[in-house]
Design a binder for this molecule. Structure first.
Ligand code: C5P
Length: 233
């Protein structure tokens, strides 16, 4: 079986706009996707999204919306004028919220792939238990992913460790996006359910979200090259 090479999404989690600019220049045209998360969006706002899109890249807006259905749906409407290719919601918000968001997505953000976040990759079995979820992580991920897919959310954010299981139970067109990527030797930090880029590719990821292994490297450009080389080789 030929395993397709997943695309890299650079998580632009940086302290200021200048650093963001420097990283974007260093990684250049090798990247098509940039993830703007809470740290950067709350500081730089929609202007950052427009700047990235104007430079020819696609933006994944990682706001992880999690609220009551009406508030989530209205929040999405507030984003309708932004050129975003992907947007995250927490699957934990439940079926009604996911349905409402899928509906708003179709009507107001037809070019945006909605992604449901399952169990954060910074959680392990112990931390999941500590918030009252007794199920094994894999079962909780599958439960949330199935709920999202039934609600017509087009993509799932999970750890690379759950890819094989999710591929076997989700519609084939569902996109699987995995943070928790750590090249051999790079600092794990707060991530718990991790794999290397090559392992995640072999498990069938569509996209790899990678931040600190590139951002914190002495040469972000070289770090990106090494990851691309690992994926292609
Ligand atoms: O630096 P690192 O590679 O750990 O960055 C991972 C990125 O993916 C962060 O921006 C984080 O917010 C995001 N993310 C995650 N786990 C999820 C969903 C998103 O780590 N389940």
């Amino acid at each position: 079986m030929i395993t397709k090479t997943p695309e890299i999404i650079l998580a632009l989690d940086v302290d200021n706009r200048e650093h963001a600019q420097k990283i974007l220049q260093a990684t250049g045209e090798r990247l098509e996707w940039v993830k703007v998360g809470l740290q950067s969006f709350l500081r730089d706002g929609p202007d950052l999204v427009h700047t990235i899109v104007d430079s020819g890249k696609k933006v994944f807006l990682d706001l992880k919306l999690h609220d009551i259905p009406n508030t989530m749906a209205k929040a999405m409407e507030s984003l309708a004028d932004l050129p975003i290719g992907m947007l995250t919601l927490h699957a934990n918000a439940g079926e009604e919220a996911l349905h409402r968001c899928a509906q708003v997505g179709k009507e107001k953000l037809p070019n945006t792939l909605l992604l449901a976040v399952t169990v954060l990759t910074s959680m392990n079995q112990e931390s999941l238990h500590s918030v009252g979820v007794e199920s094994p992580v894999i079962e909780q991920v599958e439960r949330l992913a199935s709920l999202a897919a039934q609600s017509e959310i087009g993509g799932i954010v999970c750890s690379p460790q759950e890819l094989i299981r999710l591929r076997s139970c989700l519609p084939s067109e569902t996109k699987l996006i995995t943070p928790g990527i750590r090249p051999t030797g790079s600092a794990v930090g707060d991530q718990k359910r991790i794999m290397t880029p090559l392992q995640a590719k072999q498990a069938g990821a569509d996209y790899l979200v990678i931040g600190r292994p590139i951002l914190a490297a002495s040469s972000p450009s070289q770090a990106l090259d090494d990851i691309l080389c690992e994926l292609q080789g």
